[in-house]
Write a protein that binds this ligand. Structure first.
Ligand code: GGG
Length: 352
């Protein structure tokens, strides 16, 4: 019996999480996996009524779970940095989820905005550093409201933090047919942290002679990804660059709505957290039309992490069949189906 902490969060998170659970229950039934779901009603509503995104003992409460299944965070009326730093970031950091793994594939039945690209052309995985880098709360404001007003924010790149994410990305590249790893930095403009990352990347690449390793400046990489996504395989980058790449690449694969992510503590010392890449989408929240596939695919990643690769694959296959069939698609994919109908169709296929 796996104990899963569920945080639906805000906006469409509350609509897509039940569909993720529906599909995980179906996979559990087929593969003999049992779940005990514990819901935590944390997020912006909690903040607006209690002044905090989660209770003071929230992390302590989550610690004992096998995994965390999260929807989305953010709502109008709460500044985004308050919601992010009050919930998502403390979980990622306290539980040493230093890898954010974000696979991107052009699934059959999806249409890339890039002319003539096929599923063979877009099969990527973004490995984002998830605990440090540009996401730092070291800094401050001075002389506020005067003509000398100033603000400063430090980026943090530790040897341990950079080495472990680069090494993880090389190990992942070793498991792929292309064995190609691309590192993204901006070492012409950012003169300490980025050349440091580049140097560690070069050093570690010597341990993996089987992997074709290359390095790009982030600006050139975004252009190359749009022009020739088929040239890439695994992409590794800092917290900020990894975040940007993992919005760009799912858009190339047809929709951010299907993009999954895993915040991994590879050592299994703490629970890992699984969440779609997308946010809370207040513009469509409450309408029942959000695409649940990013949440469902994140559930498949959770099963893989818990040691059930076959069950994870069954979920991915079912997503693929439903997309290819084309009858049950949400409006972001030019369909007329509801969130629930997509979840039901995928669950039904798993149990067929
Ligand atoms: N699905 C989780 C979510 O709501 N993410 C929105 C977001 O803005 N995340 C920021 C980040 O991953 O750095």
């Amino acid at each position: 019996m796996y104990k899963i902490a569920v945080i639906p969060g805000d906006g469409i998170g509350k609509e897509v999480v039940p569909e993720g659970i529906r599909v995980l229950e179906a996979a559990g039934k087929r593969f003999g996996i049992q779940f005990q779901w514990k819901f935590f009603p944390w997020g912006c509503e909690h903040y607006l009524s209690c002044g905090e995104m989660m209770p003071a003992d929230g992390l302590e409460l989550l610690k004992g779970y096998d995994a965390i299944y999260l929807g989305a965070v953010g709502a109008p009326g709460v500044p985004d940095h308050v919601s992010l730093w009050g919930l998502l970031i403390p979980i990622r950091r306290s539980f040493r989820q230093y890898i954010n793994l974000r696979p991107v594939r052009l699934l059959r039945g999806m249409q890339s905005p890039l002319r003539d690209k096929t599923p063979d052309d877009i099969d990527l995985c973004v490995v984002r550093e998830n605990n440090e880098g540009e996401y730092s709360n070291i800094g401050g404001k001075m002389y506020e409201g005067t003509d000398q007003e100033m603000v400063i924010q430090a980026s943090i790149f530790t040897r341990k933090g950079v080495e472990r994410v680069i090494r993880f990305a090389f190990e992942l590249a070793m498991t792929r047919p292309k064995k190609h790893l691309t590192s993204a930095t901006k070492s012409n403009g950012i003169v300490y942290t980025m050349p440091y990352w580049d140097e560690l990347f070069r050093q570690i690449s010597k341990e993996y002679p089987e992997v074709y390793a290359d390095q790009y400046h982030i600006d050139g990489l975004t252009a190359a990804l749009v022009l020739h996504p088929e040239k890439f395989d695994i992409l590794v980058g800092s917290n900020l660059f990894g975040d940007i790449l993992s919005d760009l690449t799912p858009a190339l694969a047809g929709s951010l709505g299907i993009a999954p992510s895993a915040n991994l503590n590879p050592e299994h010392e703490f629970p890992s957290m699984f969440e779609p890449v997308h946010g809370s989408a207040p513009d469509i929240a409450g309408k029942g039309i959000a695409n649940p596939i990013g949440q469902i695919w994140s559930g498949a990643m959770m099963l893989d992490h818990l040691g059930y690769p076959e069950a994870a694959k069954a979920i991915e296959d079912a997503m693929q069949v439903v997309l290819e069939d084309g009858k049950t698609k949400t409006p972001d994919l030019d369909g007329g189906a509801t969130t629930q109908e997509v979840g039901e169709a995928i669950a039904e296929y798993i149990l067929r």
